[in-house]
Design a binder for this molecule. Structure first.
Ligand code: F6R
Length: 364
């Protein structure tokens, strides 16, 4: 049942504030001051490193989580795509926690990577949407993301619920490692609890995204740029767009632009810059100016202050609500999803069942 929406994808995008609320109440105490993880918890004070493995969108959730665990909890994190990890047979040293992220919990490569880590990692965690799935059953500590059934092939609400679960886990790890005081933790949890409201607000960009998407639908190639934890969001935006609109899209870390990809920029290539006003904003603005100086059409996704600071010359802007930079990757998933969705609708593709793709990839 599409609940009045034209596609499951549109319904699942719109559902995000509600399902996210569910995930937040599952992992945060009613008084909003503590993280409530299932027992027995992992003692993060003893963890030396984490290895996170997944495919596709779930892999990008891991890439965001790497920034969080390293910056907030000071845990070194390696992230790999499951199809590479399983055959590389990496050495595993004591003190390693393995974490697998999967919406379906049945992705063949991710499951094989999990089985490779059995008996090698100290603990196997998973972040899954389907609680009775193979990946959930075979891990020591499965964490449900509570997104509800996701039908659209392009993952949307599962991604933001994966991120939310991982953000809370990173905060808990930081607390256990003495990197975050109780006051700081409570502040971050308050910011998290404000997310559903901000998401509702962000969903208000629907009409703007629709208008911009009509122009994006004419493009042959589109670039996405982001820095820090927004780099994986750029990757997710490009994946979502190519998957359902069949437009060639690529993402780069903003700082990599001048090492090659800037050669692609001309007046026909929209460049989507995902840039909340964080500590790296100025650097992203100068990358953006390099693009504009070469005739590139910049679509800037930022907040009002960011738009004011970035000045003139951009092709278009999407204004997002202001948010704690720590949580920006979760909120900025919304414009990534809406642009992909409306571009696909403008092109008339089969949004919920894109060609050549399956919802659950149970063969490698
Ligand atoms: C993209 C998408 C895929 C999946 C990937 C992993 O929109 O849905 O990239 O994220 O196939 O699937 P799960 O999470 O089920 O392991």
């Amino acid at each position: 049942d599409k609940g009045g929406f034209k596609h499951f994808m549109a319904k699942e995008i719109a559902e995000q504030p509600v399902v996210l609320q569910g995930a937040l109440s599952h992992y945060i105490s009613a008084d909003g001051t503590a993280v409530t993880m299932p027992e027995p918890e992992i003692d993060f004070a003893k963890v030396e490193r984490m290895t996170m493995v997944a495919c596709g969108t779930a892999f990008y959730a891991c890439l965001v989580a790497k920034y969080w665990f390293e910056q907030i909890a000071s845990v070194p994190v390696e992230v790999d795509v499951a199809s590479e990890f399983r055959y590389r047979e990496p050495p595993v040293t004591a003190g390693t926690v393995a974490l697998f992220v999967s919406q379906s919990g049945e992705t063949a490569d991710t499951l094989a990577a999990l089985r490779y880590m059995e008996g090698k990692a100290d603990k196997i965690m998973s972040v899954v949407n389907v609680p009775e799935s193979s990946i959930a059953r075979e891990s020591d500590l499965p964490l449900p993301i509570l997104a509800g059934t996701e039908i659209g092939v392009a993952s949307t609400k599962a991604f933001t619920c994966q991120l939310t679960t991982l953000a809370i886990l990173a905060l808990r790890a930081a607390q256990m490692r003495g990197k975050l005081s109780d006051v700081e933790l409570a502040e971050k949890l308050t910011a998290l609890r404000a997310l559903p409201g901000l998401m509702n607000h962000a969903l208000g960009i629907e009409q703007t995204s629709k208008d911009i998407s009509r122009k994006l639908a004419e493009a042959r190639d589109i670039l996405f740029l982001g820095r820090g934890a927004m780099y994986p969001l750029a990757l997710e935006g490009a994946l979502k767009l190519k998957e359902i609109s069949y437009i060639h899209a690529e993402a780069y870390a903003s700082g990599e632009l001048k090492h090659g990809p800037i050669a692609l920029v001309d007046k026909h290539v929209p460049v989507i810059v995902m840039a909340p006003r964080d500590s790296l904003f100025d650097k992203t603005v100068s990358n953006m100016q390099e693009v504009m100086a070469r005739g590139g059409k910049v679509l800037l996704i930022t907040d009002q202050k960011g738009a004011d600071e970035a000045g003139e010359g951009v092709w278009d802007t999407i204004i997002m609500p202001e948010i704690d930079p720590f949580l920006a990757p979760i909120l900025y998933a919304i414009p990534a999803q809406l642009l992909a969705y409306h571009t696909a609708v403008a092109k008339g593709t089969d949004v919920d069942q894109p060609r050549n793709l399956a919802k659950s990839v149970t063969v490698e």
